[in-house]
Structure formats: structure tokens, C-alpha cells
Ligand binder design. Structure first.
Ligand code: MN
Length: 239
């Protein structure tokens, strides 16, 4: 369950663009009254990357981002639209689909694609060119209270990212009143456990294999030292 609407806001990305593909919705609407759900149908769209594909190079190459965003992320969007068409989920927002299908084996295909759409959008925003460094002061204070230091927090995130067996995600989250590090497998997202995500690192092999092959730890350290977007985490904390 999502604990409150506050946890589901996606900063940076225009929420309306993210959740509603107006062209697709208009097309369905134009198809007329034979589609009961047409007026409310949600067409999920691939949000624009917050930076050019080569912005994170050489730490994450344009080639990696090209495949990761242009093929993987887009594929999840396309599959989600395909799988929800004609179902009870066709007119629901992305976050509502995630909440309503989490933990249900017979809805796994819908959940996995919906969560992967959300996770990837959140991941792109968790990175930026010339990232890393010191978090904004309010976030830094909370990190120091929870972990002792920013370095200790980074170390725990690196441990979660390298310790996740197989595909998944490492997260910095706000859980209740405390900042924590958690990891999730495959498409799972802390939203479904009532936690507020602050940052994420994708540790599926497609996120790093072209640049780092099997060296997941090198990719994770590059992200934490030079790409992580602490400002995005601070924005999420304040929402
Ligand atoms: Mn990915």
C-alpha cells in the first residue's frame, strides 16, 4: 500500500506528462462511445530524460543510456500499455497500478512493468552530471543522524547495491522518521511498503554491463562518488 499521496509524487518530471499521454488519450476518445473507459483511459508515456544521453559519460556511456532508456525503459512503458488495455487497470495512474497489483502473482506482468517504469524514471533523476559531493544541509544532518556520516551512508548504499543478488535496486528511503538504506529485487519498489524513496541505483546488469562488465562495485562507486543527485534526494525528503 502507498501510505499517502505524498509518497507518490515524482519530482522534476511534469506529473501530467508522466501519467497521461494526451495524444493517446485523445485518440481513444476519438474512437467514440463504444469504449466505456475511453474518456478516462491513461496512456503511459516515456518521460524525457532529464539530461542528454551522453551527459553522464564516461562514467555511464551514451551507449548504455541509449539502450537503457531507449530500449529497456521504453519497453516497460510499451508493455504496460499493452497489458493494461481492456483491464480494470486501464484508467488508473501508474502509482495506483503499482499499489493495486503489488504482491499478486496473477498480476505480476502488470506490476513488474508498471514498477519498472516508475523505478527507471526515478533512477534517471537520481543521477546527474557532476553529482556526488556533499548533500544539502538538511539532508546531510538527517544522514549524519542516521548513519554517523555521509561516507557511512554511501558505504551502506554501496553494500546494498553490490549485495543485491541478481537484478534489483538499492535505495535511500525515508521510513517513518528515519533515513534508511534498503534493497529490492527485480522490479520491487519501496513505495509498496509505505517508504518514501529518496534515491535509487539500478543494479540490473543492463545498467552497467557495457561500461563495467561484471564489475558492479566500480559502477556503484562511480555513481555514489560522481553522479548521485543529492539535491533530488533533498527535494524528495521535503515532499
Ligand atoms: Mn534498468
Amino acid at each position: 500500500m502507498i501510505s499517502s499521496p505524498e509518497t507518490t509524487k515524482l519530482p522534476v518530471i511534469n506529473r501530467r506528462d508522466f501519467l497521461h499521454g494526451s495524444a493517446g488519450a485523445a485518440l481513444l476518445y476519438a474512437m467514440g462511445g463504444s469504449l466505456n473507459r475511453a474518456q478516462a483511459a491513461v496512456v503511459h508515456t516515456l518521460p524525457p530524460l532529464p539530461y542528454p544521453e551522453n551527459a553522464l559519460a564516461p562514467l555511464i556511456s551514451a551507449e548504455t543510456i541509449g539502450f537503457h532508456y531507449g530500449k529497456h525503459h521504453k519497453g516497460y512503458v510499451d508493455n504496460l500499455n499493452k497489458f493494461v488495455t481492456g483491464t480494470e487497470f486501464a484508467d488508473l495512474s501508474l502509482e495506483k497500478i503499482i499499489a493495486d497489483t503489488a504482491g499478486q502473482a496473477d498480476k505480476a506482468a502488470i506490476f513488474n512493468n508498471a514498477a519498472q517504469v516508475w523505478n527507471h524514471t526515478f533512477y534517471w533523476n537520481s543521477l546527474k552530471a557532476n553529482g556526488g559531493g556533499e548533500p544539502p544541509v538538511v539532508l546531510k544532518q538527517k544522514i549524519e543522524a542516521a548513519f554517523g556520516s555521509v561516507d557511512a551512508c554511501k558505504k551502506e548504499m554501496a553494500g546494498a547495491a553490490t549485495g543485491q543478488f541478481g537484478s534489483g535496486w538499492a535505495w535511500l528511503v525515508f521510513d517513518g522518521d528515519k533515513i534508511k538504506v534498503v534493497k529490492t529485487g527485480n522490479a520491487d519498489v519501496p513505495l509498496t511498503k509505505g517508504m518514501k524513496p529518496l534515491l535509487t541505483i539500478d543494479v540490473w546488469e543492463h545498467a552497467y554491463y557495457l561500461d563495467y562488465q561484471n564489475r558492479r562495485g566500480d559502477y556503484v562507486n562511480a555513481v555514489l562518488d560522481k553522479l548521485i543527485n543529492w539535491g533530488f534526494a533533498a527535494d524528495n525528503l521535503g515532499k
